[in-house]
Design a protein around this ligand. Structure first.
Ligand code: ADP
Ligand code: MG
Length: 421
């Protein structure tokens, strides 16, 4: 019956990994949590049940662009989907509210801020809701890379609105974040579906390079085929501008993208990238969410990613069509120093850092488990510490059981002596 709906409504011939188990749990009236990598098809886990459930499916989504993409997709499939958001005129909002009251809407997508709005909650309170979906649900966890305090209120709103079932969606598999999400929404681990994160078509590598040689190293990566769809991640907006300009002088068709640009400019760059007119984007982390380009062939980290979660999400955008893609980190000693400074920012004592690193080495395979208590003992923020660990791991100084990398083979070009542990 589910397979029929899959074919009939969506035109898909089979479920992808994890989808069927999550969807069955929802159809049995239970709550569930789906942890699939980016591009694996999490949205279908609510879109299909929404067509079968008696009442409204309410989806909390962190990004307007994502919402609009999903709504357009559902409408193409004949699903009555709508949003109430800040880009609408009061007249449009009134119209959507009227449709919801009449029971004509199957899926309503909103931001968490909307649900925070008392008047909106008064409006929605009498409407029967079958399912609450929290997309990018890791936003509820302080341990996650994208914590949004407003998400903490969601479990209470769920109670207030009497919503019988919840579905959490995320690509973040950090054990601490997963536990935290499960606890906050009272979802049992039996109803948590985690698919493999191994993507055999992604070829990860780290190139050890002196700071002064980084631009040359970048060119070397790009020149064999300057027109391949590529995202180059940098930390700062100014770097994005500078690198894009410099690449242009080297005959690489590069375009900068960052949050300092106005909305129209950003949208037009995204469109140019999607269509292939602007194949090479030099971007800050502002770029990515909601960019549904399946044939990105290269993701290059010119600067180190902020955290292991960021790294995983950013490389996760490559090769979503299943074809080969390369993910390259240009790493050097000074970028590690920046990370160490992050850590020192919270702990003036260098001995403490060395203590942590010693303890981690001693802990061996157990280091992930020890991380939380270590970070408390030494008063160190968790994320930069984890990032440092990833680089230690890449350089072969430690081995880890970290879930993202458990079955990913690093082609490690960095030599251990580039890292001072
Ligand atoms: P995620 O949210 O996990 O990053 P999406 O839900 O946006 O991924 O899905 C990525 C793409 O995969 C979408 O274009 C979606 O239509 C497609 N997709 C999802 N499930 C299937 C399926 N069973 N068969 C074919 N395509 C699918
Ligand atoms: Mg998604």
């Amino acid at each position: 019956m589910l397979a029929q709906a899959l074919e009939h409504v969506f035109g898909f011939s089979s479920f992808r990994a994890g989808q069927e188990s999550v969807i069955s749990q929802i159809m049995q009236g239970e709550s569930a949590c789906a942890i699939f990598p980016t591009g694996a098809g999490k949205s279908l886990c609510y879109q299909l049940p929404a067509t079968q459930l008696p009442h409204l499916t309410l989806v909390i989504s962190p990004l307007l662009a994502l919402m609009h993409d999903q709504i357009a997709f559902m409408r193409r499939k004949g699903i009555a989907a709508a949003t109430i958001d800040s880009t609408q005129t009061p007249e449009q909002t009134k119209q959507v509210m009227e449709q919801i009251r009449r029971g004509d809407i199957k899926v309503l997508m909103i931001s968490v801020e909307r649900l925070n709005n008392e008047r909106f909650r008064q409006f929605i309170a009498p409407i029967p809701i079958s399912l609450l979906v929290v997309d990018e649900a890791h936003c509820i966890s302080e341990w996650g890379h994208n914590f949004r305090p407003d998400y903490l209120k969601l479990p209470a709103y769920r109670e207030q609105l009497n919503i019988p079932q919840v579905l959490l969606l995320t690509a973040t598999a950090t054990p601490a974040v997963v536990e935290d999400m499960q606890r906050k929404f009272a979802i049992s681990s039996n109803n948590t579906t985690l698919t493999g994160f191994y993507r055999p078509n992604l070829h990860l590598n780290v190139v050890a390079v002196e700071e002064a040689q980084k631009q040359q190293a970048l060119i070397k990566q790009l020149q064999p085929d300057p027109h391949l769809p590529t995202v180059i991640y940098v930390t700062q907006q100014q770097t994005a501008e500078n690198i894009a300009e410099w690449l242009q002088t080297q005959h690489i068709p590069a375009t900068a993208y960052h949050a300092g640009m106005n909305h129209e400019t950003r949208v037009s760059i995204q469109e140019a990238f999607m269509s292939g007119r602007a194949p090479c984007i030099v971007a800050t982390i502002a770029f990515g969410m909601g960019v549904d380009k399946v044939d990105i062939r290269r993701v290059i980290h010119f600067d180190l990613p902020k955290s292991i979660e960021n790294y995983s999400q950013e490389i996760g955008r490559a090769g979503r069509d299943g074809e080969n893609a390369t993910c390259t980190v240009l790493a050097n000693q000074s970028s590690l120093n920046v990370l160490e400074n992050f850590i020192y920012g919270d702990t003036p004592d260098k001995a403490a850092i060395q203590g942590v690193l010693e303890d981690i080495k001693q802990a061996g395979q157990q280091w992930e488990v020890m991380l939380h208590s270590l970070s408390r003992t030494y008063n160190i923020r968790l994320l930069p510490l984890k990032t440092l660990l990833v680089y230690l791991e890449m350089a072969g100084v430690i081995t880890s059981q970290y879930s993202y990398f458990a079955d990913v083979k690093f082609q490690c070009v960095a030599s251990p002596d580039t890292i001072t542990a």
